[in-house]
Write a protein that binds this ligand. Structure first.
Ligand code: NAD
Length: 480
């Protein structure tokens, strides 16, 4: 049996569990059913939480060396299945197969990084207040972690969260997106195959995600929630988790500005603009949502970007000639079309692309010029292959324009004046800033948002801290 054939079940306590009901997962490129997937009900979700709580008692006491070894073995086993994992992700999300392979690589790097951070952790001794008193702190795993992941990075979102939580000594219940549940189940199967103890990694998929939110909010054993998804759902979970005061990490939506100053290297900025807007068919939280281009270089930038974008190929993610795949579902296509119609009705010009008029989930990569701040594309996350070009003339104003959003995930700026760029970088209200680059992901670089884009950080040297409590110990050893 292939991994695809065995990944349509929940994975609880090291075993496949098939709930009574199923729901169909469709391939967005073809509309065909990829699999009928077990639709976890209250009973299965509850069993997964109990399994994680039971496993926590021993996993949290396992030595750091053993935990790191388990994680590395899991990573090695996933690596051996890279092709199969990427194929499942392409089938259920529509993403390009080569991008899915890259995503497996990013997820493996995250697991191995978590193992490295775990082994580098040290106990902190504090200055002694008296000859007989010692003060120190220890970090201890917080407990069961619920990991809720989106469809746009169905592999990496799972591996980043689970890698850090499990390294920290926590056990997890993963709830993948109902659009892309298969790959998470496959990764959990491989965890068991790699020897991770039963109950450390559990996965439940459901077509009724609110039921999962309700279940974890009410269960006291779930001590932390690590969520990646929309700001709307993140806010809901924030309020639900208040009841039992859980630890929350929220990686939410963005509205990234991409600022090109008059002295920028335009060819480089155009190349990076294609990456920042069209990677993963534009369905990416750090995607450049609002391009602010200085008047002096606006026409050149618009022409060069339009030329590049009109040469991109749209097609099935398994076709190596495709540069973009389909959108994830009908709702996403309607959203794309409505943003485009709104912008066009308010004076934007479509220089290439469009929503198309067929029934498929494919749209043409699109560039809009004359974008203005009264259009929906200015304030809403586009989450599709549409680059919207705004014009600016005053360098002092553009930072205010860039920051004119409740989101604060990523921001980009291009200039050949290093001092100016550094100053702008310090003013941009974003958790992650790319200056003359869009390569903003690295194991050692913390990732996360400010303002309404989230709480907490993934990656970086402190990545395990999201899942650790600090215990302060005062030890009195008697008279000196
Ligand atoms: P979404 O919020 O609709 O869904 C995310 C996850 O939450 C899914 O697993 C979904 O089933 C679950 N969910 C939905 N309602 C729930 C509820 N009531 N209780 C518990 N869980 C619930 O988001 P999406 O459409 O899957 O993903 C796209 C969004 O994710 C975009 O806004 C994007 O910017 C954001 N995102 C952010 C990052 C980041 O790192 N900041 C990364 C990727 C995606």
């Amino acid at each position: 049996m292939t991994l695809l054939e065995t990944s349509n079940t929940a994975w609880v306590d090291g075993q496949a569990v098939q709930p009574k009901r199923t729901f169909a997962v469709l391939n967005p490129a073809t509309g065909e059913t990829v699999a009928d997937v077990g639709d976890s009900d209250e009973v299965t979700i509850s069993a997964a939480i109990s399994s994680a709580a039971y496993a926590f008692a021993s996993w949290s006491k396992t030595s750091t060396a053993v935990r790191a070894e388990h994680l590395r073995t899991w990573a090695d086993v996933i690596e051996e299945h890279t092709g199969q994992i990427a194929e499942i992700a392409t089938a259920e999300s529509g993403k390009l197969f080569r991008e899915a392979r890259g995503e497996v690589g990013a997820g493996l790097a995250a697991i191995r990084w978590s193992a490295h951070v775990l082994e580098s952790a040290e106990r902190t001794e504090l200055p002694a207040p008296s000859p007989t008193r010692t003060h120190y702190t220890v970090k201890q795993p917080v407990g069961v972690v619920a990991c809720i992941t989106p469809w746009n990075f169905p592999i990496a979102a799972v591996l980043v969260k689970v890698g850090a939580a499990v390294a920290a000594g926590c056990t997890v219940v993963v709830k993948p997106s109902e659009e892309t549940p298969l790959v998470a189940s496959a990764l959990a199967q491989l965890a068991t195959q790699a020897g991770l103890p039963d109950g450390v990694v559990n996965v439940v998929a459901t077509s009724r995600p609110a039921e999962f939110g309700d279940a974890i909010a009410s269960r006291k054993e779930v001590r932390a929630v690590s969520f990646t998804g929309s700001t709307r759902v993140g806010k809901l979970l924030y309020s639900q988790c208040a009841e039992t005061v859980k630890r929350l990490s929220l990686e939410l939506g963005g509205n990234a500005p991409f600022v090109v100053f008059a002295d920028a290297d335009i060819d480089r900025a155009v190349d990076d603009a294609v990456n920042a807007r069209f990677y993963n068919t534009g369905q990416i939280c750090v995607g450049a949502n609002r391009f602010f281009i200085h008047d002096a270089v606006y026409d050149e930038f618009a022409t060069k970007l339009t030329d590049k974008v009109s040469a991109l190929n749209v097609g099935n993610g398994m076709d190596e000639h495709s540069d973009l795949g389909p959108l994830i579902n009908r709702r996403a296509k309607n959203h794309f079309r409505s943003l485009l119609d709104d912008a066009a009705s308010k004076g934007a010009t479509i220089t290439t692309g469009g929503a198309g008029d067929d029934d498929s989930l494919f749209v043409d990569p699109t560039v809009l010029t004359n974008a203005t701040n009264d259009m929906d594309i200015y304030s809403m996350e586009i989450f599709g292959p549409m680059a919207c070009l705004h014009r600016f003339t005053d360098d002092d104003d553009v930072v205010d324009m860039a920051n004119d959003t409740d989101a604060g995930l990523a921001a980009y700026a291009y200039s050949q004046d290093a001092d100016h760029l550094a100053h702008v970088g310090s003013q941009l209200e974003a958790g992650v800033v790319g200056l003359n680059t869009t390569q903003i992901f690295a194991s050692e670089l913390p990732f996360g948002g400010v303002k309404e884009s989230g709480v907490g950080r993934e990656h970086g040297h402190d990545c395990l801290d999201e899942f650790l409590e600090i215990k302060s110990v005062a030890l009195e050893t008697g008279d000196a």
